[in-house]
Design a protein around this ligand. Structure first.
Ligand code: PEP
Length: 247
C-alpha cells in the first residue's frame, strides 16, 4: 500500500511574513495518512524548516545545481539545501525545462545530485498541448523518464517521487481528466516495471496541473495516482488543507 503524498510548489511567491503565516495555518492540518511537503523559494527554506518544527510537514527545494560546489554564481547545491534540513527537491519542473532550458540530460544529473545529497527527488515529467494533440504524449513522457531511469538503480527509483504534470494543465485552470491522468500514470508505472520489476509498485506517482479542492478527490481515486503536486492552490491554506484531506 503506497502512502499518499500532497506537495505544494510555491514557485517564486511569498515573503517571510506571508510564508510564516501560511505555515502557521498549515500546522493545523492533521492528515496522518498523507505525506505533506512544501517547496518554498530557496531563500525561505530555513524559515520554513524552523516554522514547521514539530509538524508533520517536510520542506523541499524547487531547484538545485548538480555540482557540489564551485564557480557557479547564483546556483545552490543539493548538499546546501540538505544542510538546511530540506528533505526533497523538485527536478525537471516544466517551468525549468521551458524557461531555463533544462534538458533531459541536465534533469538526470540533478536527479542524481539530489540522491547524492540523501534527499528524495521529485521528478517532474509531462507533455505540451502540441505534443498531446500530435498523439505524442506518452512518447514524450517516456523519453523524459528514460533519461533518468537509465542511470538509476531500482532502490533509487523506488524511493523517488514522480510527478506527471501535463504542461497544458499547469496554471491554466484546466486539469487532466481522471481517466487521462490514470492512463498516463499507468503507462509510467508500466515503463518502470519493465526496467526494474516490482520496485514499480513502490514508486509514488503524483498528478500535477490545476488541482483544486473541487477536482482533487476524483483524481486521487485513480488506482495509479498516489497524490498531487499543487501550484496555485497551495498558496491558500484553506484550499491546500482541503486537497490534503481529499488524499
Ligand atoms: C505546478 O506548478 O507544479 C502546478 C501543478 O501548478 P498549478 O497547480 O498551479 O497548475
Amino acid at each position: 500500500m503506497r502512502r499518499s503524498v500532497v506537495a505544494g510548489n510555491w514557485k517564486m511567491h511569498g515573503s517571510s511574513a506571508s510564508i510564516a503565516q501560511l505555515l502557521d495555518e498549515l500546522k493545523a492540518l492533521h492528515v496522518p495518512d498523507v505525506d505533506v511537503i512544501v517547496f518554498p523559494p530557496s531563500t525561505y527554506i530555513a524559515l520554513a524548516i524552523e516554522r514547521t518544527n514539530g509538524a508533520a510537514i517536510a520542506v523541499g527545494a524547487q531547484n538545485i545545481h548538480f555540482e557540489t560546489a564551485g564557480a557557479f554564481t547564483g546556483e545552490v547545491a543539493a548538499e546546501m539545501v540538505a544542510d538546511l534540513g530540506a528533505t526533497h527537491a523538485l527536478v525537471g519542473h516544466s517551468e525549468r525545462r521551458e524557461l531555463f532550458g533544462e534538458t533531459d540530460a541536465t534533469v538526470a544529473r540533478k536527479f542524481s545530485a539530489v540522491r547524492r545529497a540523501r534527499m528524495t527527488p521529485v521528478l517532474c515529467v509531462g507533455e505540451t498541448l502540441a505534443e498531446r494533440e500530435a498523439g505524442r504524449a506518452e512518447a514524450v513522457v517516456s523519453r523524459q523518464l528514460d533519461a533518468v531511469l537509465q542511470s538509476a538503480d531500482a532502490a533509487t527509483v523506488a524511493g523517488a517521487l514522480i510527478a506527471y504534470e501535463p504542461v497544458w494543465a499547469i496554471g491554466t485552470g484546466r486539469s487532466a481528466s481522471p481517466a487521462d491522468a490514470q492512463e498516463m500514470h499507468r503507462s509510467i508505472r508500466a515503463r518502470i516495471r519493465a526496467r526494474f520489476g516490482e520496485a514499480a509498485d513502490e514508486v509514488r506517482i503524483l498528478y500535477g496541473g490545476s488541482i483544486k479542492p473541487s477536482n482533487a478527490a476524483a483524481l486521487f481515486e485513480c488506482a495509479d495516482v498516489d497524490g498531487g503536486l499543487v501550484g496555485g492552490a497551495s498558496l491558500d491554506a484553506k484550499q491546500f488543507i482541503e486537497i490534503c484531506r481529499a488524499a
